[in-house]
Design a protein around this ligand. Sequence first.
Ligand code: 9MR
Ligand code: ZN
Length: 546
Amino acid sequence: MTDPARSSVFRLCQEGYASVLPVRAVLVGEGPAVLKDSTGKELFRLEAEPAPTDAASGDRAALFSPGRLAPGCYFLEACGEKRRFEVTSDPWRSVTDALIKGFYFQRCGCALDRRHAGDYAHPACHTAPAVDWLDRSVSRRVTGGWHDAGDYGKYTGPGAVAAAHLLYAWLLFPEGCSGSLNIPESGSELPDLLSECAWELNWILQMQRSDGSFHHKLTKDHFAPFIMPQEDLDPEYLMPASHCATAAAAACLALAFRIYRAYDPAFANRMLLSAVHAWDWLQHHPDFVPFRNPEGVHTGVYGDGSDSDERFWAACELFASTGESRFREEAERLYAAGQQLTAFGWANVGGLGALCCLFVLKEKAGPVLFTELREKFLRQSEKPLSCARASGYGTALSPEQYGWGSVLPILSGAMAMMMNHLLTGRTDMLDAALDQWYYVLGMNALDLCFVTGFGENTVRFPHHRPSGADGIDAPVPGLISGGPNKYASFPATRSRLGENTPPAKSFVDETFSADTNEIAVYWNSPAVFVAAFFTQLCVKNGAGTE
Ligand code: 9MR
Ligand code: ZN
C-alpha cells in the first residue's frame, strides 16, 4: 500500500528480480550505495560520484547494475536507508498472469461471476441492441469485446491492436503467457490467453458492415458517469466506418486466422474471410478519410492522420495467411512509402507489420520485406536505446515525449529493443528492454509500480469506472496506468501538479486524472508482450537454478 510519506533513495523493480537476468536499480541522491546479501556480506558498491541530473525528472539519478544474482534476499543501503529485494528464478509469473487477466475484467456483454472475478463480480452490461448512428432505424445485437479503458466504449482499431499484441506474445513467447487465468473457459482445449483474445475477436467480427468496412467504434454519445457497467443503460451506437478501423481489423483477423485454425477451423476461416472482405473494401476506397466524431458525439476519437501503416500491417498479415502475391505487392509498395517499424501503438502500427515480416514470414517475405526491412528496423531500434542511455532511469523516452499514456511509447521501445535482441543477440538491447519492464514495476522517478495490485508502492486510484464505483478499496487488479503526462490539461490534474513539475513526475494518483492515470487495454497488451518475453526467458534459462 502507498505510504505518501515514504521516500526512498532507491528505485527498483518492486516485483523482485530474476536470477537469469541482471539486477538493475537507480540511486537518487548521495552515494555510496552498497549491496549486501542476507548475511550482511558486501557484494557490490557504487561510489559516491554525483550523478548528472536526469532531464525528464530533475533527479540526480544513477542507474547501476551488480549483474546477475543468485536466488535469495538482498539489501541495498545508502544515506542511512536499507531497502530489501528478492531474487528468484521466476519472479514475474503472477504479474504476467494478472496483466492478461486484466482483459477478463474488461469484458463487456457478460456477467463477471464470483468464481472468476471474486469481489469484482458484476452482472452483465451493455446487452441492448446497438443503434446505427447514421440510420437510427437500424439496430442489431453486437455483444462482447473489452471495455476500452476507464470508459465503457469499444473501439475497433485500438481493440484490434491490443488483441494483436496478445496474439504475438502467444506466437513468440508461449511459455511466458501460458498461465492458467481462472476465466470461464479455463480447462478447455484452448489456452487461456487465446480464449481471452477470442472474446475480443468475436466482437470485432460483429463490427463489420455488409460492404466489408468496419465501424470505427461502438460507444454512447457521451462518456458515462462513474457508475458500474451494468448501470450504464443509455443506448450504444455503431458509429460510422473508418479506413483505420477497417485496415486494423483486417490485419488482426488475418493474424488470428493462423493461430486459431489449429483449434477451431470454422472460427479461423470466418476471420480470414472477414479480413479479405475488409481488404477488398479498402482497395475500392483508396483515399484516406480521417475519422471524426459526428456532431453530438463526445467519446474517444482515436483520430489518425494516415491509414498507410494500418494498410501495411494488413497487407503483411494477409500475405502471411494466404501467400497471395497481391498482398505482398501492396505490402512492398506501402513499405516503400515509409513506415515507422518500431511503432506499436493504436495510432501507428508499422511495428506490427515489421513483427509479421521479421518473425513470421522471415525469408519468405523476400528481399524487400525481409532483408531490407530488417536493416531499416535495426537502425530504427537504435532510437529507443539512445533515449534510454540519455535517461538517468534508463527510460526509453525523451522528456518531451511524456504525453498521454506515456507507458505506451516506453513499452513500444521495449518491444523494439527485444526484437533487436532476438535478431542480433545484442545484450545492450536486452538490458535496455529490461529497464522498461523495471520502469513499469517501479524503477521510475515516482517510485511507483504502475500495475494495480502489484508492487510495494502501487497505483491505487486509476481512472477506471468499475474501480471507482464498486465500493471496494483496492482497484481491479492487473491494470496498467497510462503514467506521467507533461501535457496534462485537465484543470484538476493541472492544479494538483503545479507549475514546474518535471515530465516524468507529472502524474496524479487520483480517479479524476484521466490524463495521467487512466488504464487502457492497449497499454496492458504491450506490457503482456514484454512480460511474456521476460517470463519465458526465466522458464527457459532458469531451470534448475533454484
Ligand atoms: O490513448 C489515447 C491518447 O493517446 C490520447 O491522447 C487521448 C486523448 O485524445 O485519448 C486516449 O484514449 C482514450 C480514448 O479516447 C477514450 N477511452 C480512454 C482512452 C485512454 O485514455
Ligand atoms: Zn459493457
